[in-house]
Design a protein around this ligand. Structure first.
Ligand SMILES: [Zn+2]
Length: 158
């Protein structure tokens, strides 16, 4: 698969990583949640040029052997998953950690549709109509992203 520097990574999550797809959309990345069998995942990811996120070693190997892109995730916490993906995106697309981990209000975390700004602090999904705003749940989101930042900043250090 050919990747251009200016291109944004797109992801596909398998049945075990539905929650992770919500996080990636919040960070502005086109993420398809695709709870199908391995053959369908291989086909879809190849057709749409998506990086597959899976904890299935066999599926991961099959994708790589066909020249596709996949990140093998440990069965672990969201923070660990996001730190792995942040490292991958930095290495392959040159996106700094700070930039990757910003909430971008570009995509609906529920359906992956594009968001339109409705007011100065409110966004609406063009596809499903869901509204988003900075509210009480924000402390929790910021807390998790802060922990991911600590994890990735520790990556290069011994
Ligand atoms: Zn939506």
């Amino acid at each position: 698969m050919r990747r251009e520097a200016s291109q944004e990574p797109k992801f596909l999550t398998d049945s075990m990583h539905g929650k992770l797809s919500h996080w990636l959309r919040m960070l502005g990345y086109d993420t398809l949640y695709y709870p199908r069998d391995d053959d369908e995942i291989l086909k879809k990811a190849s057709e749409e040029g998506r990086i597959v996120l899976t904890s299935d070693t066999e599926l991961h190997r099959r994708i790589l052997s066909r020249g596709g892109a996949s990140i093998l995730l440990p069965l672990n916490k969201t923070e660990t998953h996001l730190s792995r993906i942040a490292a991958y995106v930095k290495e392959n697309y040159g996106t700094p950690y700070e930039e990757f981990l910003k909430v971008k209000f570009k995509r609906c975390s529920l359906c992956n549709g594009p968001l339109q700004q409705a007011t100065s602090s409110r966004w609406r999904c063009e596809t499903c109509g869901q509204e988003f705003w900075v509210g009480g749940h924000w402390r929790n989101i910021s807390g998790i992203l802060a922990r991911v930042k600590e994890l990735v900043n520790g990556l290069g250090k011994d």
